[in-house]
Ligand binder design. Structure first.
Ligand code: GLA
Length: 396
C-alpha cells in the first residue's frame, strides 16, 4: 500500500499536477535593466558587471531597480548532454560567476531564452529542453527568466509557456517568469496563472511614434494587471537618444501610470543629468510601485488630449494629463471633479473608500517636485507638445 501511494505521488509530481507559478513574486512591477534596447547582441561579462556597478553607484539601486537581465545572444550551442552553453569568449568565467557577482552587490540576475527551436537572434531555444534549462538556471542563481516567442512554428502559446512555468517550479528556485509573445495570443486572458508579466505588443523602438503607439494599445488591457501579474508594454528607451527630454518624461510617466515593469534599456555608465532625473524620479516611481497595484484607466479621451487616473493605496490617486499633439495645449482642469472622479475598474474610488474632496487633499506636481498651488477649483494649465503633467492627490 505504502509503495502504491509513493508511486501515485511520483506520478502526480511527474505529470506536473502540483506545478504552478511561484507566488509572492513581483507583487509590484519588476524594476531593473535589460541589455537589448541599447546593446542588442553585443553582450559580454565586462558590460554586465559594469552595468551592475553603475546601477549601484548611480543611485538606481536605491531608487528600486534590482534586476540586471542579459537578453539574447549570451548562448551559443548545446553540448553533448543537451546543456545550454554560454559564449566562452564573451563570458569567460561562465554565467554563474556573473550571477554571484550581481548577488554580491545586492542585485538580482535575469536571463533570456525562447520557447521555440531558436531565439530571435538564432541562438539555441528552449524547445524540448525546458526542464533541463530550468535546472541549469536554478543552479546558476537566475532570479528572472524572459522567454521569447521566435521560431515556434505550430506551438501553442499557453501550453508552451505553461511547460516552462512547470519546469521552473519543479527546479525549485523562485524565478520571476516573463512571457514575451508580443500579445499575439492575448496573454492577458490566460497568462496570470502562468507568469508574472507578459508583453502586450511588438518591440518598442527609440522614437515618439513607437512609444506612443504602444501606449495607445494598452487602453483596454489595464484591467488585467495586478500584483504578481503585469502587462508589459516593453522595456524603457529613456536615455537612448531618439526622443526629447519631454518625450522621455512622458514615456516614463505613462509606464508608471500603467504599473508597467520598469526595465531601463540605456547605458547606465553614461547617463546625462536629464536621464538620471527621469529614471530616478522617486515620486513618479512611487506610482508604479504603489502597493495597491492597479494600473491607470483612461478617464477622458479627447484624441490628442487624455486624462488618466491611477488609484493608489490609502485612497489616494495619481492624475496624468497627456498632450499627444505637436502643439501646446491649454486645458481647463477641474481639480474638484478629478478628486471625486471614479478611478475606473470597480467604480467609485479605490477599494470603495470615501472619495477625495476638495477639502481633504493637497496636490503634488510630481515633475516640479512641489505642491501645486490651486487658486481655483478649476484652472487653465499649459501642457507643452508630447508632454505630461502628473499630479498626486495626497490625503491631508
Ligand atoms: C524579440 C523580443 C525583444 C528581444 C529580442 C532579442 O524581438 O521581443 O525584446 O528580446 O527578441 O532577439
Amino acid at each position: 500500500m505504502k509503495r502504491f501511494v509513493f508511486l501515485l505521488l511520483i506520478t502526480f509530481f511527474c505529470l506536473g499536477v502540483n506545478a504552478q507559478k511561484f507566488d509572492n513574486l513581483a507583487k509590484t512591477p519588476p524594476m531593473g535593466w535589460n541589455s537589448w534596447n541599447k546593446f542588442g547582441c553585443n553582450v559580454r561579462e565586462s558590460l554586465i558587471m559594469g552595468m551592475a556597478d553603475a546601477m549601484v553607484s548611480s543611485g538606481m539601486k536605491d531608487a528600486g531597480y534590482e534586476f540586471i537581465i542579459i537578453d539574447d545572444c549570451w548562448q551559443v550551442s548545446r553540448d553533448g548532454n543537451g546543456e545550454i552553453v554560454a559564449d566562452k569568449e564573451r563570458f569567460p568565467n561562465g554565467i554563474k560567476y556573473l550571477a554571484d557577482y550581481l548577488h554580491s552587490k545586492g542585485l538580482k540576475f535575469g536571463i533570456y531564452s525562447c520557447a521555440g527551436t531558436k531565439t530571435c537572434a538564432g541562438r539555441p531555444g528552449a524547445l524540448g529542453h525546458e526542464y533541463q534549462d530550468a535546472l541549469t538556471y536554478a543552479k546558476w542563481g537566475v532570479d528572472y527568466l524572459k522567454e521569447d516567442w521566435c521560431n515556434t512554428g505550430t506551438q501553442e502559446a499557453k501550453s508552451s509557456y505553461t511547460n516552462m512555468r512547470d519546469a521552473i517550479y519543479t527546479a525549485g528556485r523562485p524565478i520571476v517568469f516573463s512571457l514575451c509573445e508580443w500579445g499575439s495570443n492575448k496573454p492577458w486572458e490566460w497568462a496570470g496563472a502562468v507568469g508574472h508579466l507578459w508583453r502586450t505588443t511588438g518591440d518598442i523602438s527609440d522614437s515618439w511614434n513607437s512609444m506612443i503607439t504602444i501606449f495607445s494599445q494598452q487602453k483596454d488591457l489595464t484591467r488585467y494587471a495586478g500584483p504578481g501579474h503585469w502587462n508589459d508594454p516593453d522595456m524603457l528607451e529613456v536615455g537612448n537618444g531618439g526622443m526629447t527630454t519631454d518625450e522621455y518624461k512622458t514615456h516614463f510617466s505613462l509606464w508608471c501610470m500603467l504599473a508597467a515593469p520598469l526595465l531601463a534599456g540605456n547605458d547606465l555608465q553614461n547617463m546625462t543629468p536629464e536621464t538620471r532625473s527621469i529614471l530616478m524620479n522617486k515620486e513618479i516611481i512611487a506610482l508604479d510601485q504603489d502597493t495597491l497595484g492597479r494600473p491607470a484607466t483612461c478617464y477622458r479621451d479627447n484624441a490628442d488630449y487624455q486624462i488618466w487616473i491611477k488609484p493608489l493605496a490609502n485612497n489616494e490617486k495619481a492624475v496624468c494629463l497627456l498632450n499627444k499633439s505637436d502643439e501646446k495645449k491649454t486645458v481647463l482642469v477641474d481639480f474638484a471633479l478629478l478628486a471625486q472622479a471614479s478611478s475606473g475598474r470597480r467604480g467609485g474610488s479605490a477599494r470603495g473608500g470615501p472619495s477625495l474632496t476638495i477639502e481633504n487633499f493637497l496636490i503634488r506636481d510630481l515633475w516640479e517636485h512641489k505642491d501645486f498651488v490651486m487658486k481655483e477649483n478649476s484652472m487653465y494649465i499649459d501642457i507643452p507638445p508630447h508632454s505630461v503633467k502628473v499630479f498626486r492627490f495626497v490625503k491631508k
